[in-house]
Design a protein around this ligand. Structure first.
Ligand code: FES
Ligand SMILES: [Fe+2]
Length: 430
């Protein structure tokens, strides 16, 4: 029986596996599809590698992953950013294993080749035997094309694709709104933590604009809130919506009054932010600034999913790295304001820990559900993942995009249609 199910899936084309309203479960479990995804998606489009605030000074660096490839985001002596392939030009060892930090150079631990912050090869121990053999200038670390939008740094192995701004398209306005969370200060990464779950990366990709699951699986989070806040999170019957932003990106607006954090500043300060407001007043901040900071501390009322690997999710970045067909690494990146009052950044961290933290009330429940979905992909005769919720109840958004009710599966449909376009692009060109 199992063989029959598998052999049926193997014979299906990608188009047969991705319908407008459903995708085949082999997309979570077929190792060949996973290898193709690394090549056609992760090695071929714009992939998030970091936020500028993670590399603020000359010599700052962080490592990131594009598909399976390790890269380094570095800031050189002229303060310019570079994205370098983390692979020594001698015999291929990684030259940097640190997650982030400051350095003067990247020195390969194997034979000591030393690279400058911009990737140029500078040091060659015992160079005599290389005389007349190699010239240092011919062996810099490979460099990737990279572009930045509102502090978010993306890189790509594909020199031919459109500009980052064109790729982000309709998502740009939402990134701008998301960055208001600094409360008038530039957004800054406060820290991050990582975990892995035994499931395919697209299970996480789907989750960011999935409001349907929220009141169900996040019951423990909701029960840990005060009444006023749990009312805010009771958004399924509200005026929220999910909008397809093009190129696989989507936004899910859960709490419309928190879309623009600079609006409605005269509303009463919620109970859970009273202490923060008091602390800010005690530091001498004007009432207008107190209100702006308190509102920003909330986080936005929407989740923005940027295909393929980063989400701006209410109050944090969520980055996903595919490890294997059945394993994914997630980075949860907490953000606050650069130079903002300490009380504000501390409150942001506590709110982040409350939901996203390793001991939080939210993410561990999500991770359990994702693991179960992967388990389900290995079994059963019904081989489909349904994406058809809200499909008969669509409208056109103010920006002219396809949109559905807040708990419709519009965002997932958008991501999978882009997935299909990326995965079949070569065969269409040929
Ligand atoms: S592999 Fe890097 S110096 Fe030899
Ligand atoms: Fe969730």
């Amino acid at each position: 029986m199992t063989e029959l199910i598998n052999s049926q899936a193997i014979e299906m084309s990608l188009e047969e596996r991705v319908k407008e309203d459903r995708v085949h479960k082999s997309l979570y479990s077929d190792p060949e599809i996973f290898e193709q995804e690394l090549d056609r998606i992760f090695n071929n489009t714009w992939v998030w590698v970091g936020h500028e605030s993670e590399v603020p000074e000359v010599g700052s660096y962080k490592t990131a992953t594009i598909g399976r490839q390790s890269v380094i985001l570095s800031r050189d002596r002229k303060k310019e950013l570079h994205v370098l392939v983390n692979r020594c030009k001698h015999r291929g060892a990684t030259v940097c294993e640190g997650k982030k930090g400051k350095t003067r150079a990247f020195t390969c631990p194997y034979h000591g080749w030393g690279y400058a912050l911009n990737g140029e090869l500078r040091a060659l121990p015992k160079p005599e035997e290389y005389e007349g053999v190699i010239d240092k200038k011919d062996y810099p670390l490979d460099k990737l094309r990279h572009e930045t939008y509102n502090g978010m740094v993306f890189a790509t192995f594909n020199d031919q694709i459109e500009s980052l701004e064109d790729f982000l398209g309709g998502a740009k306005k939402w990134i701008d709104l998301f960055m208001k969370q600094g409360g008038g200060y530039p957004v800054k990464v406060l820290g991050d933590h990582r975990f892995r779950f035994p499931g395919n990366w697209k299970i996480q990709l789907e989750n960011t604009t999935d409001a349907y699951h929220f009141p169900i699986i996040h019951k423990s989070f909701i029960s840990s809130l005060d009444d006023q806040t749990s009312d805010i999170f009771d958004f399924l019957d509200g005026a929220g919506y999910v909008e397809d932003l093009g190129n696989g990106h989507s936004v899910m607006v859960m709490i419309p009054e928190l879309v623009n954090l600079e609006d409605n500043l005269d509303e009463p300060i919620p109970e859970r932010f009273e202490q923060l407001a008091e602390a800010l007043r005690a530091e001498g901040h004007e009432e207008a600034e107190v209100r702006k900071l308190v509102r920003a501390a909330h986080g936005t009322g929407f989740n923005l999913n940027l295909y393929p690997n980063v989400a701006c999710s209410m109050a944090f970045f969520r980055v996903l790295n595919p490890v294997s067909v059945g394993e994914t690494e997630i980075h949860h990146v907490a953000i606050g304001g650069e130079g903002a009052p300490e009380a504000f950044n501390q409150k942001r961290m506590r709110l982040h820990e409350h939901f996203q933290g390793p001991m939080g009330f939210g993410t561990p429940d999500d991770a359990e559900a994702w693991e179960r979905v992967q388990k389900g992909a290995q079994s059963g005769t019904d081989g489909w993942i349904l994406l058809n919720r809200g499909q008969a109840n669509l409208h056109t958004s103010k920006d002219g995009n396809v949109a559905g009710a807040v708990c419709s599966e519009t965002g997932m449909r958008a991501a999978y249609q882009q997935w299909l376009r990326s995965m079949t692009a070569d065969s269409k060109e040929a």
